[in-house]
Each structure stands twice: as C-alpha cells, then as structure tokens.
Design a protein around this ligand. Structure first.
Ligand SMILES: Nc1ncnc2c1ncn2[C@@H]1O[C@H](COP(=O)(O)OP(=O)(O)OP(=O)(O)O)[C@@H](O)[C@H]1O
Length: 660
C-alpha cells in the first residue's frame, strides 16, 4: 500500500518542473500530511474499538461487530505505514536539537534533504538518482544502534539496501617465514652429542683446548650454530658466502644448553687467521657478572693464540679500560683488542669519551640475552654502536676502496666495493618471537636456530599464539608448594634442614625481601646462608658467587640479579621464595639448575591467590608439567618455637639497622 503511494508520488514528481531537491521536499510534505491523516483516522478507530469492547463487556454486542473488526485490521496496516514516518520524526527532532551545535551536519542535511527524505529515498526502491544514494549514505553514517533501531521498528515499508552492522574481520598475525620455520635444535642434549672432531673448520689448536677443558662432544646448539658462523666467514672477513653479506643469526635454546661456546669457538677460530689486530668482535651482555663470565670463556679459548680479549664492564677504572683497548706509538693508534666484551652502559661511555675504541673493522656483534638487550634498547646503545661501525662511510674515507656504508637495498653498485660486513649474532633462552621487537635490531636476512618448533604456533600460515612459547631444560623437574605468608620461612628451613637440599639458590622479588630473609635465617642458625643483590658491591658479589660455587654457602638468597645467564656449577635446586611475575623471569630463574644436560629441581612457593594465574602462565609457556608438592603442617611444627623467637630477634636487628 505504502509502496504504491510512494510510486504514485514519484510519477507526479517526474511530471513536475521543480528541482530534484524541492520535489523531494514536496514528496516528504505530502507523505507527512498523509501520515497525519492516517494517524487521526486510526485514533478515531481506536476509540471506537475501545467503545465496542466496553459494550461487549456489558453484553451489548451487535451483529455487525465482526465486520467492523475486520475493517480495523486493515487499518492497522495503514497505521504501520504512518508509524514508519513517525519513526523518522524523532530522528529529525534529534537532528534539529543538534542543529546549532553542528553546522556541517546541517549543510549535509540540507543537501540531501531531511533524514525522513533519506529513508524515503531508500524506500523509493533501490535508488535511481542521487537522492537515493545520499539517503543511504546518511543512514550509514548513523550509529549502528540507530540503524538497528530503524530496522527493527515495525514498518510497512520494505527497506532495501542493508543497514545491518557487518562483523569486523579479525586480523590474524602471521609470523615471517624465518621465524616460522627455524633450523631445529634438538632439545635432548644427552642423546644428541656430536664428537668435536665431526665439526669441520675448527683448528687442531682449538680442538686440543676443548679436550683440555673436558669437552669431547658438542651440544646440539653448538653442533648447529658453530658451522653456520664458520661458513659465513669461510671466504675471509671481507665477504660472506658467494660474495654476499652474511646473514644474521638468532639462536633460541634452553638455559644451560651451551649457547656461550656456540659463539666463542667460531669467533676465535675466524679471528685466529687475522693479520692486524683490530676490534672485530663485540659481545654485549646486560650485567657485569655476565660480561665477566663470557670474558672468562673467551680468554680461556684465546689463550695461546694471537687473539686478544678485553672487557669493558666497569670492573676496572675507565682509564685502565682505555689503556687496555689501544696504545699510541709514534703518533699511530694500535688496537690491543680483537674481541671486546662489554655491558651496554660502559660501552656507550667508551664510544663517546674514548677515541681509542675503533669499531670500524667490527665483523661480529654478539648480543647475548638478546631479549633483555632489546628491552634495554631505550639506552640506544645499538644505534650508537652502528653509528661508529659505519663512521668510515662518511668524510674523507668515503673514497677509500674499503669504505663502509650502512646496509640498504642490495644493488649491483652496492655490492661492487668490498666492505667488512657486520654480522649480528643473537642468543637467548627466551628470544622473543615478536617481529616488531626484533625489527629494532635491524637484522639482515636473519636465520633462526630454535629448539621451540610447535606446528600450531609457528607455521607461517597459522596465527601466532597470545604468549610466546619457550623450551625448558630436559633435566628440570618443576614443583609448586602451596604456602601462606607466615609459613614461607619455615618451608625454606624445612627444605634445607629436613630435606637436606643443598646448595639451594633462592629467589625473592626485591632486595629488601632478600635481606630480611637472609637476616632471619642467619639468626635462626644452622645454615650457611648468604645474600646476593645490589646491596652488595661488585667485589662482594663476585666473592659471594665464588663461595657459593665452592660449596661454602648452602643457601644463596638472591634477587633477579643472579637470575639470568649466571652459570654456577652444581646448583641442585632453585626455590622461588617469591613467585616471579613474568614467565621469562621464571624460565631464567629455574634455568640456574638442570644445566648442561644434568638434573635439577625447581620449587615455587605459591599463595592460594597466586596459584591459578601462575600455573596457567607456566603451562601456556610450554612447561612439560609442574607438580604439586604439599608440606604437611606437622612437618614444620618442630621448627616453630625457635622460629617465633628468631622473629623477635629479627625485629631488634632491623631496628638497629634503621638507626645506623
Ligand atoms: N659441549 C659441552 N660439553 C660439556 N659441557 C658443556 C658443553 N658446552 C657447554 N658446557 C657447559 O654447560 C654449561 C652451560 O653452558 P652455557 O652457560 O653456555 O649455557 P647457556 O645456554 O648460555 O645458558 P643460559 O641461557 O642460562 O645463559 C656451562 O657450565 C658450560 O661449561
């Protein structure tokens, strides 16, 4: 019925000489007029109907009543069509209200007619004319809620052109191929040992050294990565395989799997063949202790060769470090280092203040604990290194045949002058799979070696999972121990005194917690205990670690200062006294045990509120399973009296410390 009406008006419209705009206004006015008439009519009908009902109730129904009722039904249809117009009215009213506030909207409305026009435009079936499109656009600009109201409201018109809100397509993140399809490293160390003589390219001198250090087999990560690095420098330091710039290498392998030797051996092997001493390898590590540890491994394998290793980690004075880097003879600078092991802060100090540090011949940039180093990128140490590495690309030396320019797109011209390529080597047990984070490192055609390769999470076609998955050492057994805040110290005492677990490396979430627990256990007595945190000087920390390694300390209470990379021989058990907040922290903490294919235990004390989230986090990260270990209250009973007494003594000691 209504469609018919509209079409009739359309006909009139076509005959008329008015502009399209005024025609539509006339059309709207007529429609509104018609609607009002119908509304009035229906109101009259409704009152009549109510009267009839009343009469029925009083038993005064006439015989003609059913016919009237029929008539009313057909009117209801007409009523709907007028309803539909009314439905647009509030929208118009709303627009009128906001008229003053939004001039732009008003202009648009004027152009395309009122909102009622817009709807009627859509009704006039499927749009032949600009008005139709304008009406649709107007309707599409409305909020989805308004649209749904419009479509769901009872109407006699057939609405053509969908206004339903379409579901927004989810964007699936996909890993780049190099991340999705890594070179796989075996997880199982013991069953995948490779005799050191099987790896070609290692000199007899280095093989001898390895044997002297008790290394007869390479671990899986070493068997994969050493040949890859050696191959990239097979044709000398100047060019990579086939004359191309060598690919950067990323290694993600579990804690204690032997990543250090997998870069130390090939780097020393390559640099043994150099003629002039220049800094050609730079290893950057996040802490002094780690730099010291890696420096030790480098020096032990460089001993007896011409390769010189220098450490810049603030263990010595700046002047002493400066002197160890280079010397001036007859006005000529001579490098005294082939390999520099540094912490980022100290390295940047030398770049800015020490002209004796020349990185223009740098061939290998080793970034150990790479995920942590990416996080510390705000220190901009990498950009500073890259700047000095390509320093020779500017100024007078640009004309030199060996000029070095920052890598850009590979073209025939860019490849023609030979230049020392800078190859980045990244290592971590928890290397991020986040391409955006890795992008900060400016990697060149990277190649990934990883022990984590699950079909579901890493194929290029499959979306990446919410949380990164990591590999855990095979010899590690994980437990969680339900506890309360008050029985935590009793539990650690029980572990050492009753269960005879030792040496134990125990982690807290703050240095205050570490110190308090240390004082408490020291006062309790019967345990050789020490603390390790930033409260101690670097010298004290070094001494403490040595004492722990030598078995002089049964229990070492530490902050996360000792969580990453530290290789302490013989740690049988790790205790997370405070549950770690992040999965990476957990993996590095528990990774201080079960190293080099050995067995180890990890216990995490969990308050009941922590249990659910913590266990979910560990399982999602790829843990093979964490078991519950209950300690019965009666097992702690015998320790309680002495413990209460110690708590009182502790209060006094803390008071004394505060007054100092
Ligand atoms: N081929 C090998 N044979 C025997 N022992 C080895 C071998 N390679 C490494 N190790 C020993 O394994 C231990 C762990 O090695 P390393 O510190 O390099 O592990 P990592 O993978 O760097 O661990 P993290 O991720 O915790 O830093 C060291 O004590 C090291 O001496």
């Amino acid at each position: 019925m209504s469609l018919f009406l509209v079409n009739r008006y359309l006909g009139e419209e076509e005959d008329g000489r008015t502009s399209k705009e005024s025609r539509s206004q006339v059309l709207l006015a007529k429609l509104q007029q018609k609607a009002k008439e119908r509304q009035k009519q229906s109101l009259i009908e409704q009152t009549e109907a109510q009267d009839v009902k009343k009469k029925r109730k009083t038993g005064q129904d006439s015989v003609q009543e059913p016919q009237r009722h029929k008539k009313r039904k057909s009117d209801v249809v007409a009523l709907h069509s007028s309803d539909s117009d009314n439905h647009d009215e509030p929208v118009e009213e709303k627009k009128k209200k906001t008229k003053g506030a939004n001039e732009k909207q008003k202009k648009k409305k004027d152009k395309s007619g009122s909102s009622a026009e817009g709807v009627s435009g859509a009704l006039v079936s499927g749009g032949d004319g600009p008005e139709d499109t304008g009406g649709q656009e107007e309707a599409e600009k409305d909020s989805p809620e308004q649209n749904s109201q419009k479509t769901s409201a009872p109407t006699g018109f057939t609405v053509l052109g969908g206004f339903e809100s379409k579901p927004v397509q989810k964007v699936h993140r996909v890993l780049p191929q190099w991340l999705a399809e890594p070179d796989v490293i075996h997880r199982d160390i013991k069953n995948n040992l490779v005799p050191i003589s099987n790896i070609s390219g290692i000199s007899a001198q280095l093989l001898k050294k390895l044997q002297n250090n008790g290394i007869l087999h390479f671990f899986p990560v070493q068997a994969e990565v050493i040949p890859a690095i050696l191959e990239s420098a097979q044709q000398g330091l100047l060019i990579g395989r086939g004359g191309y710039k060598p690919r950067d290498i990323c290694v993600s392998a579990p804690t204690g799997s032997g990543k250090t030797l997998s870069f130390v051996i090939p780097v020393i092997q390559v640099l043994m063949e150099r003629v002039v001493c220049e800094v050609r390898a730079l290893a950057v590590l996040p802490t002094k202790e780690l730099a010291q540890q890696v420096y030790k491994v480098f020096t032990s394998y460089a001993e007896g060769t011409t390769v010189k290793v220098v450490m810049l980690a603030g263990q010595k004075s700046f002047a002493a470090e400066q002197a160890s880097l280079s010397e001036h003879r007859g006005g000529v600078r001579r490098s005294l280092a082939d390999i520099v092991v540094a912490t980022p802060g100290r390295l940047v100090d030398h770049i800015n203040k020490n002209s004796g540090l020349c990185l223009e011949q740098l061939r290998f940039l080793i970034i150990d604990e790479a995920d942590r180093m990416i996080d510390s990128m705000h220190q901009s140490w990498l950009s500073q290194v890259v700047k000095v590495v390509y320093r020779s690309g500017s100024g007078s030396e640009t004309t030199s045949i060996f000029r070095r320019t920052e890598p850009a797109h590979i073209t025939a011209a860019s490849l023609s002058p030979p230049q020392v390529p800078l190859q980045k080597l990244l290592f971590s047990a928890t290397l991020t799979q986040n391409p955006e984070k890795l992008q900060q490192l400016g990697l060149h055609q990277p190649r990934l070696f990883s022990s984590v390769h699950s079909q579901s999470s890493t194929t290029a076609a499959a979306p990446t999972t919410k949380q990164d998955r990591f590999d855990f050492p095979q010899g590690l057994t994980e437990y969680y121990v339900p506890c309360t805040l008050s029985n935590k110290p009793l539990l650690i005492l029980h572990f050492i005194l009753r269960m005879k677990l030792s040496p134990v490396l125990c982690f807290t979430n703050s240095r205050e917690n570490a110190h308090r627990l240390y004082l408490l256990l020291e006062l309790f007595g019967g345990i050789q205990v020490a603390e390790f945190s930033s409260r101690l000087s670097p010298g004290e920390r070094k001494k403490t670690l040595k004492g722990f390694e030598q078995g002089k300390i049964q229990l070492l209470i530490s902050t996360d200062a000792a969580a990453r990379g530290i290789d302490i021989n013989g740690v049988k058990c790790v205790v997370n006294y405070d549950a770690p907040q992040y999965i990476r922290t957990y993996i590095h903490r528990v990774g201080r045990t079960a190293r080099a294919g050995k067995a180890g235990l990890a216990f995490t004390f969990l308050l009941s509120v922590q249990e659910k989230n913590f266990l979910q986090m560990v399982v999602e990260a790829g843990s093979p399973g964490i078991q519950k270990q209950m300690v019965k209250p009666e097992n702690l009973k015998s320790l309680e009296v002495r413990y209460e007494q110690t708590l009182r003594e502790l209060a006094d000691v803390i008071k004394e410390e505060k007054n100092k």
